[in-house]
Design a protein around this ligand. Structure first.
Ligand SMILES: Cc1ncc(COP(=O)(O)O)c(C=O)c1O
Length: 502
């Protein structure tokens, strides 16, 4: 129902919660005809938002949920600055350039007479990936055109563990075939040998991931580079590498400085990183850096004449806020190498505390590795009575948001729970989470199994392929509940991946 009360003289005498504004439901479909007082609007909205999950306890997310109050002040002071108005806010532009320089340097970009890295701030890794992918596509097309070869079937090689929204979106929106290296049980990242086998003359690049979304593992970019160098030599192609370092880009330089994954490898031409993940900035900032300006085709850069000033831009949208760029620069100079290393080391120690706590219960297999993004991905050793999804549901009652998801094709029978360790997830919280998981496991042991042993779904028509599927499952047909889940999945059209996590 629409609020239609105009402010009256008597409003001030009502308690907030007895005022006319909170005595009716908020409008949902049509803008109300009348205004309401700001205090009432604030209170009503604040109260409804209380029902969102607690972001600090959202262990599903890599994204930053805490920053220092001094940085909050800088963010609020620049909340009304449009980033693209470079003539009006030249200092903000200068800060973004300094961030690009520092990040390029962190990723060992060669700096010299002939090679100068270029880069740009984006809304997140997703936009950064679209831009990097476009640059590869255009460079490949230009070369094919020069040689008089067809240029209408570009493809990109990735692992099936690739972030589904970003990379599939890039492939679909920009008409590039995504060739995925399948995973297998126990091996949840792209196998460099298989990836290089899949490369052909239409491959615009191989995308490696530094910090898989599924289990935090770093892919072996060095091996990929070395194998691809050989293949390029044999074939005369020059297939390059992009590194999706959304999470790992701000971890590896501090925890594993010797690990070669970045511009130290000659075929790595561009890298994306999420400033809003381990870059330690609130939601809304990512970065993409190219090894040299030749790796970013000039025709993709728009020279906008904005109020008489030439502004080169290479982003997908025009206007955006400045706060996150400013916040990124704050973190880089406030923390420095020392501070980032401290934060990452602390995250790794808390990850180990959590991993050891889970191992002690003897109920879980650990799917994540100690080297990689500080997270713990784990699955039940025995899921014959209860599933990871039930654990996720029950943890919600204690306030924790811990996602459960199935792995991509060829490993989709594995379900995992994943806890991302962020800066603000303290030792006390890690220990508390172990205690709560133990409680949940005890509660589950006392509950009757909710795993269905006999389901009869009759005849169902799958809209995806027009096939008729008949799923009649008897206990004897089903060795484990995972097989039941897999049978259900057959009924869901085009359900290629179920890992809806960020
Ligand atoms: C490997 C990887 N790439 C890309 C993304 C998307 O990043 P963003 O949320 O910054 O757009 C994610 C998000 O989790 C990721 O893990």
């Amino acid at each position: 129902m629409v609020l239609s009360h105009a402010a009256s003289d008597t409003d001030a005498s009502h308690s907030t919660f007895a005022s006319p504004y909170v005595r009716t439901s908020l409008p949902r479909f049509k803008m109300p005809g009348n205004s309401i007082p700001n205090e009432a609007a604030y209170q009503i909205m604040h109260d409804e938002l209380m029902l969102d999950g607690n972001s600090r306890l959202n262990l599903a997310s890599f994204l930053t949920t805490w920053m220092e109050p001094e940085c909050d002040k800088l963010i609020m002071a620049s909340i009304n600055k449009n980033y693209v108005e470079k003539h009006a806010y030249p200092i903000t532009t200068e800060l973004q350039n300094r961030c690009v320089n520092m990040i390029a340097n962190l990723f060992n970009a060669p700096l010299g007479e002939t090679e100068t890295a270029v880069g740009v701030g984006t809304v997140g890794s997703s936009e950064a990936i679209m831009l990097a992918g476009l640059a590869f596509k255009r460079k490949w097309q230009n070369k094919r055109k020069e040689k008089g070869k067809p240029f209408d079937k570009p493809n990109i090689v990735t692992g099936a563990n690739v972030h589904e929204v970003c990379w599939e979106k890039f492939a679909r929106y920009f008409e590039v075939e995504l060739k995925e290296v399948k995973l297998s049980e126990g091996y949840y990242v792209m196998d460099p040998e298989k990836a290089v086998e899949m490369v052909d003359e239409n491959t615009i690049c191989v995308a490696a991931i530094l910090g898989s979304t599924l289990n935090g593992e770093f892919e072996d970019v060095k091996l990929l580079n070395d194998l691809l160098v050989l293949k390029n030599k044999e074939t005369g192609w020059d297939t390059p590498i992009h590194v999706d370092a959304a999470s790992g880009g701000f971890i590896a330089p501090f925890l594993y400085p010797e690990l070669e994954w970045d511009f130290r490898l000659p075929l790595v031409k561009s890298i994306n990183v999420s400033g809003h993940k381990y870059g330690l900035v609130y939601e809304g900032i990512g970065w993409v850096v190219w090894r040299t300006k030749e790796d970013l085709p000039e025709e993709l850069i728009f020279h906008v004449n904005y109020l008489g000033v030439d502004q080169p831009t290479f982003t997908l949208n025009f206007s955006k806020g400045s706060s996150q760029v400013i916040a990124q620069y704050y973190q880089l100079i406030r923390l420095g190498h020392e501070g980032y290393r401290n934060v990452m080391e602390n995250c790794r120690e808390n990850m180990i505390v959590l991993r050891e706590g889970l191992e002690k219960t003897e109920k879980f297999n650990i799917i994540s590795k100690d080297e990689g993004v500080p997270l713990v991905a784990f699955s039940l050793k025995d899921s014959s009575s209860h599933t990871e999804f039930e654990i996720s549901d029950m943890l919600r009652r204690y306030g924790w948001i811990v996602p459960a998801y199935t792995m991509p094709p060829n490993a989709q029978h594995i379900t995992v729970l994943r806890v991302v360790i962020r800066e603000d997830f303290s030792r006390t919280l890690a220990e508390r989470l172990v205690i709560d998981i133990e409680k949940v496991m005890r509660e589950l042991d006392e509950l009757p199994s909710r795993v269905v042993h006999k389901i009869s779904l009759g005849e169902e028509k799958s809209e995806a392929n027009g096939d008729k599927l008949r799923v009649t499952v008897k206990k004897s047909d089903m060795e484990t509940p995972r097989e039941i889940i897999n049978d259900w999945k057959k009924l869901v059209p085009d359900r290629k991946k179920t890992n809806g996590i960020c």
